[in-house]
Design a protein around this ligand. Structure first.
Ligand SMILES: *Cc1c(COP(=O)(O)O)cnc(C)c1O
Length: 381
């Protein structure tokens, strides 16, 4: 059986968990949490990183930091995971869904422009498959209208954006805030886990407070105040040392993991290119300003029915691909209070996009089988 995803251990995960337990402190913000945060700050020049229990939590922290109030509008791609929108809806925001490009699931800046009103407060670009949105265009729109940009970088670890002047920046370091995920389906995993990146030092202190249940406990532990108490809104967003210990072992092997994933990605590309050349499928597009972090390999089928038959065909060979997001503008929750709106490109990806099995331990032999079966499926079309 070839599953869609398979969590893996690559180095010292279990040893570090044992170390954390034996150290006598397994709640948050211990040695391993600090090591992980430092790793990211150094490697990707993130001004400040706070580990969280999930990317969802990091997005919720960002929504509090943006001071979202009922009636504020937040622009989110319709083709994304629930959390990109839900984090802001929780604070009373009105979610304004906009469309993707025709040939790329990322949010289209021209569509963003059309949906800005005097109530717009935040834009949430989602770097789908770890491929950058057009951040220069998005940051310019945000500057013109005085908006926050919260990058949903859940899939975007170790990926970059190049500005038109040649400056290259890690995804997550460009907006005001960014949220990453270490869920077991991402490149670097910790089971559940995430982090918030804060790119403006004006928000460092408040972010710490929000993460510590609305208290200034972090400042207290640094000796900056002599008692701590309730000073702001917040929740319990910090992961235990057991999670951080696992994560740090993965981070020590980040380059190895990434090299392996790039190999897997390129093998899919080579094996399926001919089908794309013959217009049976569409392959991922990596714009010139973006890099490929090999988070996922997807194909876009010609229509919904063909995708369904391909899924069934592969399942007969015990290969388990998965489709992805159901356009959020068509979700039960959104339709309760809103009319059905038409977001055609997002709907197209909902109907036609198929994610192929992709995980660290996927063998070359398994991958050849997947590629061969897909080619066989299209032989008689
Ligand atoms: C995985 C994912 C999330 C959620 O991450 P969690 O860590 O599971 O909360 C949010 N947004 C996108 C785009 C994702 O891919």
């Amino acid at each position: 059986m070839i599953p869609f995803n398979k969590p893996f251990i690559i180095g010292n995960e279990l040893r570090y968990i044992e170390e954390a337990v034996k150290s006598g402190k397994i709640s948050g913000d211990g040695l391993f949490t600090k090591k992980c945060q430092q790793f990211f700050e150094e490697k990707y020049k993130f001004p400040k990183v706070l580990l969280t229990t999930s990317c969802t939590d990091a997005l919720e922290m960002a929504a509090i930091l943006c001071d979202i109030k009922p009636g504020d509008e937040v622009i989110v791609p319709s083709y994304t995971f629930v959390s990109s929108a839900n984090a802001f809806a929780l604070r009373g925001a009105k979610i304004v869904f906009v469309d993707s490009y025709k040939d790329n699931p990322n949010i289209d800046p021209e569509e963003i422009k059309k949906h800005i009103t005097s109530n717009t407060k935040v834009i949430v670009p989602v770097h789908y498959a770890g491929v950058a949105c057009d951040m220069e265009a998005i940051m310019n729109i945000a500057k013109d209208h005085n908006l926050f940009v919260v990058e949903d970088a859940a899939q975007a670890i170790d990926s970059y954006y190049t500005f038109s002047d040649g400056t290259k920046k890690a995804l997550g370091s460009i907006g005001h805030f960014a949220a990453f995920s270490f869920h077991e389906t991402k490149n670097i995993i910790a089971g559940e886990g995430g982090m918030l990146v804060i790119n403006d030092n004006k928000y460092f202190e408040r972010a710490e407070i929000i993460r510590e249940k609305g208290t200034n406990r972090s400042a207290f532990f640094r000796g900056e105040v002599n008692k701590y108490g309730w000073v702001d809104l917040g929740s319990s967003f910090l992961p235990s040392e057991i999670i951080s210990a696992f994560l740090f072992a993965q981070l020590e092997n980040l380059d190895t993991i990434q090299a392996k994933r790039i190999d897997i990605w390129n093998r899919y590309l080579q094996g399926l290119k001919a089908l794309a050349d013959n217009n049976f499928i569409q392959l991922p597009i990596i714009p010139e300003f973006a890099t490929n972090n090999a988070h996922m390999f997807y194909i876009v089928c010609r229509n919904y029915d063909e995708r369904t038959s391909l899924i069934n065909f592969l399942k007969e060979s015990d290969i388990h691909p998965v489709f992805h997001y159901l356009s959020l503008n068509k979700s039960e929750f959104f339709l309760k209070d809103n009319l059905e709106i038409d977001i055609p490109n997002s709907d197209h990806f909902t109907d036609c996009l198929l994610r192929l099995p992709f995980y660290y331990e996927l063998s070359e032999e398994q991958q050849q089988k997947i590629i061969q079966r897909i080619n066989t499926f299209y032989q008689n079309k």
